[in-house]
Design a protein around this ligand. Structure first.
Ligand code: SF4
Length: 312
């Protein structure tokens, strides 16, 4: 029977997600034109549904919007090809890309002409597609992949690597070590690209693992950072699991997990309301259980300011 719920800190919305959402809200306030957001603004259905109720249309590609439309790029960023399309079709562009993703794009442009670039990331993820559009890159997802790209790297030319911002810190370190082993001439970038929010949420889960029976991660299946939290928790506590909404939580299923102390965290794109609803449901199942923030945890204090000009 569930006795205690520990809440990880930080959990839920990161600065980049708050930035992207307020970007759209601010554009909405300043124009009466129909707004089109390309792809999910952040990887969370609830956030997207709330925006749809507010009259915002979501499209998969820009050709679903008319020429001259006002379009907003999601937090995950887009490739230069998408920007070109928008310009060619006289679209007004709002770029809600997280500034930490934009930083990786800038690095890609810097390395583009004189380096071979390995990109550590997940095939098909919106962020990976956008960043890899900036320059020619070789994608690796796993340590094993590094061995497979040996014949694609020219040892006479400079080599460096970039990474998706939402990767597992531990797994990525192993991949970087393998890159160095196979290609000792690799130039390490000054800074890794895994963002502060991903790192801090993984650290918070790591700190809780010895004190709970399992971790419940609240987040969407297509949220890379949520999936990395489930993966991290599962290594030490195999009973850890992910849930996307309160409706998906059933008492019978929860009982089977035999959890007495539960750690709760949420991916960077999970809104607080979802976390509140799920905790409330657990309290309905187990009214005697207590809820407290895990001791020693810290708050997420990062903030990004919106640009003065939202549409270009
Ligand atoms: S997870 Fe990191 S990179 Fe992604 S939006 Fe949040 S702060 Fe930006």
């Amino acid at each position: 029977m569930l006795k205690k719920i520990y809440l990880a800190n930080p959990r839920g919305f990161c600065a980049g997600v708050k930035y992207a959402i307020s970007y759209v809200e601010n554009v909405k306030r300043t124009t009466n034109e129909q707004l089109y957001v390309r792809k999910e603004i952040v990887h969370n259905k609830r956030v997207v549904e709330d925006m749809k109720k507010n009259g915002i249309k979501f499209i998969s590609e820009l050709n679903e919007a008319p020429d001259g439309a006002t379009v907003i790029f999601s937090a995950h960023g887009v490739s230069p090809e998408v920007v070109e399309y928008a310009k060619k079709h006289n679209m007004k562009i709002g770029d809600a890309t997280c500034p930490l993703v934009t930083r990786v794009h800038r690095k890609a442009r810097k390395f583009k002409d004189n380096h071979q670039i390995i990109y550590i990331g997940h095939t098909g993820h919106d962020e990976a597609i956008g960043t890899m559009g900036e320059a020619e890159m070789i994608l690796v997802e796993t340590v094993e992949d590094v061995g497979k790209i040996k014949n694609r790297i020219d040892p006479s030319k400079p080599l460096t690597y970039l990474m998706q911002t939402t990767l597992s810190v531990i797994d990525t370190k192993e991949i970087v070590n393998k890159i160095e082993e196979f290609f000792p001439f690799v130039e390490h970038p000054e800074k890794d690209d895994i963002c502060y929010a991903t790192t801090e949420r993984q650290e918070a889960v790591d700190q809780m693992l010895d004190h709970v029976d399992a971790i419940m991660v609240i987040g969407a299946e297509n949220s890379s950072n949520s999936m990395r939290l489930v993966q991290l928790a599962g290594k030490k506590k195999p009973g850890s699991f992910r849930v996307s909404s309160a409706e998906k939580l059933s008492k019978a299923e929860f009982e089977e997990r035999k959890i007495s102390i539960l750690g709760v965290t949420a991916g960077a794109s999970t809104p607080q309301i979802l976390i509140d609803e799920i905790i409330q449901k657990l309290k309905e199942f187990y009214p005697e259980s207590s809820v407290e923030t895990f001791p020693g945890s810290r708050e997420d204090s990062m903030n990004f300011r919106l640009p003065a000009q939202l549409l270009k």
